[in-house]
Design a protein around this ligand. Sequence first.
Ligand code: SF4
Length: 476
Amino acid sequence: MSFSDMPVEVGPVFEGERIRSKQMYVELGGPKIEKHFELVKVKPAKEIKDDEVILIGPDLGEMEEGSRYPIGILVEVAGKELEEDLEAVFERRIHEFCNFINGVMHLNQRYTNWMRVSKTAVEKGFNSFKQMGTILIRLFKAELPIIEKAQVTMITSAKEIDKYYEMAMDTYKKRDERALGLHDEDVDMFYGCVLCQSFAPTHACSITPDRTSLCGSINWFDARAAAKVDPKGPIYAVPPGECLNELAGEYSGLNEMTKKRSLGEVDRIYLYSGMEFPHTSCGCFEAIDFYIPEVNGHGIIDRNADVKAINGLAFSTMANQTGGGKQMPGFNGISLQYIASPKFQIYDAKQEGLDHGLKLIVWMNSELKERVKQFIPEDLQPKIATEQDVSDMSELREWLKEKEHPIVSTWGAEEEEEEEEWEEEGGAMIPMGTQTMTVPGVGGGGGFKIILKNCKVHAESLIIKKIDSSSKRKKK
Ligand code: SF4
């Protein structure tokens, strides 16, 4: 495979390249553009014109510098061994292959895809989507030899993208629905994925029926198909091993895989918890499940949200805190599909005496709530606040009380724990189940509360500094 006819270099060395807004020639897709997507479809060979790139809409060189445009990337492939289950896995490679191009930055997947092309690349002559499509076709055929024919359609016209976008959304929906009826205990094999390690070197996704990959684009069926055709590839089988904690979703096989693939950084994960040994988060997660200490509940904000979360943080700010391959209790990158699972953060819910993970959720951005409404128990739906209902923590607290949200039942116990905590000042060892402390000035709306569960705290001395004369802390 050669790219000597291309004006820019192409190769894995360019993965991870960042293009800041000042360096970009144009932005394609992303949160400020309504409709955009990328999709792979398996087709009969006779329906594909091999190596053909079709462009619908303005070409790269015709675009106004510094502007944003829609982007649809439809890759149609054919091959004797291809099956529909492989579509999602091929699709995820669009991210990787676009990032191989020097001067192109690609983020996310499906309908959240977001690209930037640099001014330098355009100045060098990379000024046509036909070049981009040709590079994609060559990489697909070279890296995945079971693809025998490939054709790419690129759509940049805001008018023309509608029908393709609807087709893409319909395909994603069908893929997700198929995965809904299957659960972790029904299968004897899990899968892992390290496609995001170019951005998050210590991140490895565990893909199980109940925990679709964080990016939302690879479910258990997709991963199974990928591992079958390329067992040594970036998506691979992981024998679950021993189930160490059924409620938490802790498996020895997943722990071993995570330890090996994170180069020893992370050696333990609970699939169904955002608070204890949570799954690591890369940067492509569809949404963030975040802890809200002021009400002992959780919020969820999705990547497309154009509002700040109830803790005063935008998705992008929280994503910096959450991603990069870290294991960050209280901030968990998730797929939307995971919200539909009965295992959703069930471990955390049970620790609070609740019987469903969604009963922890007290806030969602309104668009997300609408999108996942069908998965939320009917009686809980009106109890989960959005940005349209409350604007700060005290309003949220009042809302939850008024609506009799199940989380309110957890408050009494927590407040008693706080009293006990501060009364233990004189002791050197505080053997308590849960320790709580507030870090002021972070996260808006009163800061973070750090909760240490099942811990023993030993301190030779305890120094409490007054930091705010109007502080409302109970004791010092
Ligand atoms: S988020 Fe996970 S499953 Fe998706 S591409 Fe990245 S590593 Fe793979």
